[in-house]
Write a protein that binds this ligand. Sequence first.
Ligand SMILES: [Zn+2]
Length: 167
Amino acid sequence: MTKTANDLSSLGWELDSMGELDHRLVKAPYIRLSSEKRGAQGDCVYVFDLRITQPNTSYMSTIQIHSLEHLFLAGFREHLPDSFISVAPMGCQTGFYLILLNEARARVVQKIYKKILTQILSMSEIPYANDKDCGQFTHHNIKEAQKIAKMLLHFESEWLGVFGVAA
Ligand SMILES: [Zn+2]
């Protein structure tokens, strides 16, 4: 199902930012609703890009992306328990995929993302960093994750501008 312009703007997303996009034209960091799938019962699964670094220009280190994966997992579980399905790193190391059930309002996603990033700044440990919950539990660094969180919070006013800040 394709969202109409009205649907997208009422949810708070930029028009033309859904679906396939040209990675040469985007301006990171940004958040976008990339796709949705509605089931027969009316429930809807939404996939978002949490783009962090500029595609084909700069990348998170594997330790940053791994620690942020754990921090985002703990944060979205805590703050969006009914809607959160999954958060997973992009293989290109420039961001994460966030998957939610029945929640696609831009202001809600933005608010929770900000809350999680702000929490990260005052944390001293990485959640689930143990050999029971993680496949490489020594590969973490809270300070490295905090560098990314700080950068993202600095650019908060630009998060919803996928193609750069609207003039
Ligand atoms: Zn892990």
